[in-house]
Design a protein around this ligand. Structure first.
Ligand SMILES: Cc1cc2nc3c(=O)[nH]c(=O)nc-3n(C[C@H](O)[C@H](O)[C@H](O)COP(=O)(O)O)c2cc1C
Length: 387
């Protein structure tokens, strides 16, 4: 892991460590997976026009978000089932985020609990809610996150139904987990992962365990999650959750300016413009492509954040130039956690921090306040620029 110099290196290490069925779950998108490429390409298509003869000898990437100052403008997006990739991975990611002073969003399908998160990263942990069909479960989860003192609740809205992830189907990844002989034999060729799996078995959806019958096995809790999720979710639920949650309330998965406007009207504090890392609808545009229209529709009425396809610090800087206040990464830090636990997740965050610093220096932006749309290349504005 010491030799990894970028996120792609961490991805390669993670791929080596994991059996195909687990790696494909992380890496995969929906259907033909055009969206994966589109997300990354949208960032590649943003270019930065550097300015020179500016003193950049001191650089500061600290970023204010919801009244708190984080060390860097990139946090960890929620990723479910993390313990399947490395036992304990949820809290390893939380520790890495805490130590780097950036936010960590615990997934609604996490394999550690809200209460554990509050112990490990009380200041940096946010909770992402997957609404349950049984309204009492969602309300109880919100109360638990509130009582645990977490600052921010994130409601994910872009999973109305399970998506068509064909890699998972081919690998037999589903409920109940049916591993083909080929899958099992392949898994044996990843002994480090296999040892962890043999020791810990199928991970527990810890946050859901209290709602399963007493003594339920991990598999039975997973069945409960499968029954309760994909709950019908409407704006009425947004209003209800908003009224139940006293602190920062964020919606994750907004892609249309009209939905962004509606969220602002309902008193939502922030949105994550996201297509779930191209895991839901393959025909979705990239969040980068829809971001300018959303920014123009809601202006400063809400805090705008973005994820999906970020692999470089320069992607983060470009997103901030577009007008995003903060960025999140899903796969990048997960690769790190798979490759090297807490140290690996920390390494991913360090890579981002160093690349952001380097990009800001190269482009002539000493701090986050200096970033703006003027830096983004487009021939027309360049021609029109006056000293
Ligand atoms: C393995 C995996 C699991 C995920 N689980 C969740 C989840 O439980 N809840 C959620 O809101 N988003 C989930 N996501 C989406 C991420 O939060 C995030 O939107 C996405 O990964 C961003 O794209 P990126 O991976 O290109 O950075 C998951 C993504 C991955 C890769």
């Amino acid at each position: 892991m010491d030799e990894a110099i970028n996120i792609e290196d961490l991805r390669r290490i993670a791929k080596r460590r994991l059996p195909k069925i687990a790696y494909d779950f992380i890496e995969g998108g929906a259907e033909d997976e055009f969206g994966l490429d589109r997300n990354e390409r949208a960032f590649q298509n943003l270019s930065i026009v550097p300015r020179y003869l500016i003193d950049v000898s001191r650089r500061d990437q600290s970023t204010a978000l919801f009244g708190r100052t984080y060390a860097s403008p990139v946090g960890i997006a929620p990723t479910g089932l993390a313990a399947l990739f490395r036992p304990g991975a949820d809290l390893m990611l939380a520790e890495a985020a805490r130590d780097a002073n950036v936010p960590f969003i615990m997934s609604g399908a996490s394999t550690a609990s809200i209460e554990d998160l509050a112990k490990v990263a009380p200041e940096h942990g946010w909770y992402q809610l997957y609404a349950a069909k049984d309204k009492k479960i969602s309300e109880d989860m919100i109360a638990r996150a509130r009582d645990a003192g977490l600052s921010t609740l994130v409601l994910t809205v872009d999973v109305p139904v399970g998506s068509n992830r064909e890699r998972n189907k081919r690998n037999g990844f589903g409920r109940p987990l049916k591993l083909s002989l080929r899958t099992k034999l392949e898994a044996l060729t990843h002994p480090a992962w296999m040892a962890g799996f043999m020791q810990h078995g199928e991970p527990l959806f810890s946050n859901w365990a209290p709602y399963a019958p007493k003594g339920a096995s991990n598999g039975e809790v997973a069945n409960l999650v499968a029954q309760q999720t994909y709950a019908p979710l409407t704006w009425a639920d947004v209003e209800r959750f908003r009224s139940l949650w006293p602190r920062n309330f964020v919606i994750k998965g907004i892609m249309d300016p009209r939905d962004a406007q509606r969220a602002a009207e309902l008193g939502v504090d922030g949105i994550m413009v996201s297509n779930h890392g191209a895991r839901q609808i393959d025909k979705s545009p990239s969040p980068v492509e829809v971001f300018p229209a959303i920014r123009d529709a809601v202006g400063d009425r809400m805090t705008l954040m973005i994820d999906s396809g970020i692999r470089r610090g320069s992607d983060v800087v470009a997103a901030l130039c577009l007008g995003a206040k903060f960025c999140f990464v899903g796969r990048a830090t997960l690769y790190g956690a798979v490759a090297g636990g807490t140290a690996g997740a920390a390494k991913a965050l360090t890579i981002f921090r160093n690349e952001i610093d380097m990009t800001m220096a190269q482009m002539g932006a000493p701090d986050i306040a200096a970033l703006g749309p003027d830096f983004l290349f487009s021939d027309e504005p360049l021609r029109n620029r006056r000293p």
